[in-house]
Design a binder for this molecule. Structure first.
Ligand SMILES: [Zn+2]
Length: 203
């Protein structure tokens, strides 16, 4: 028997997902911040301050980067700066007007300034930075009245995760420094092989 009035076509019944995987919105801020977090993990793995970012255009990631200040010995090698260069190459223009930046930590003044220069439509960040953040934390360069471009700002996306990875990093660094200084006072031949600088460029 045919059932022309199938109940599944009743618009009052919400569509079900059956046994399929949980539905993930691949265009959501949550999703793209997850990708930025993956970049932050990569920074963590190479002992860089764990900040990661992605740049999204028309629902697609066109650039991914993580902080590489120590690796490149370059104070401008913040995740955002590296990703901006990639994105400009991908687009073939210095203007990134229809792009969104997702970054795990509130951008610093340098990166916020660059975000205005490239005219990001939107900047989405995770962990706020009350001392050095330039997206409303310590100052707001992304929406500075006299500059010629203002970005929309979405703060606090996946904030606990973004905050935790930075916190873990600094806790680990401190523990290691304490251990090393204790060892160096115990024995005149301290283990070599670590040339970490004391204060990271981002905090
Ligand atoms: Zn920065």
């Amino acid at each position: 028997m045919n059932a022309p009035d199938s109940p599944s076509e009743d618009p009052t019944i919400p569509p079900t997902n059956g046994d399929a995987e949980p539905w993930i919105d691949l265009t959501s801020d949550h999703h793209f911040m997850g990708e930025a977090l993956r970049q932050a993990v990569r920074a963590y793995q190479v002992e860089e301050v764990p900040v990661g970012c992605v740049i999204v255009r028309k629902g697609r990631i066109i650039a991914r980067a993580f902080n590489q200040v120590e690796t490149l010995r370059d104070a401008t090698a913040h995740a955002e700066m590296l990703a901006i260069s990639q994105a400009q190459q991908a687009v073939g223009d210095w203007r990134l007007t229809d792009c969104t930046l997702y970054v795990t930590k509130e951008p610093c003044p340098m990166c916020a300034g660059a975000s205005v220069h490239v005219r990001f439509q939107r900047v989405v960040f995770g962990a706020p930075d009350a001392k050095g953040g330039a997206a409303g934390g310590a100052m707001n360069l992304l929406q500075f009245p006299t500059l010629n471009h203002r970005c929309e700002v979405t703060p606090g996306v996946r904030e606990p995760e973004c905050r935790q990875i930075i916190r873990s990093f600094f806790q680990e660094q401190r523990a290691r420094r304490d251990k090393e200084s204790a060892e160096s006072t115990d024995s005149p031949t301290a283990p070599s092989g670590s040339d970490e600088t004391s204060d990271p460029a981002i905090n």
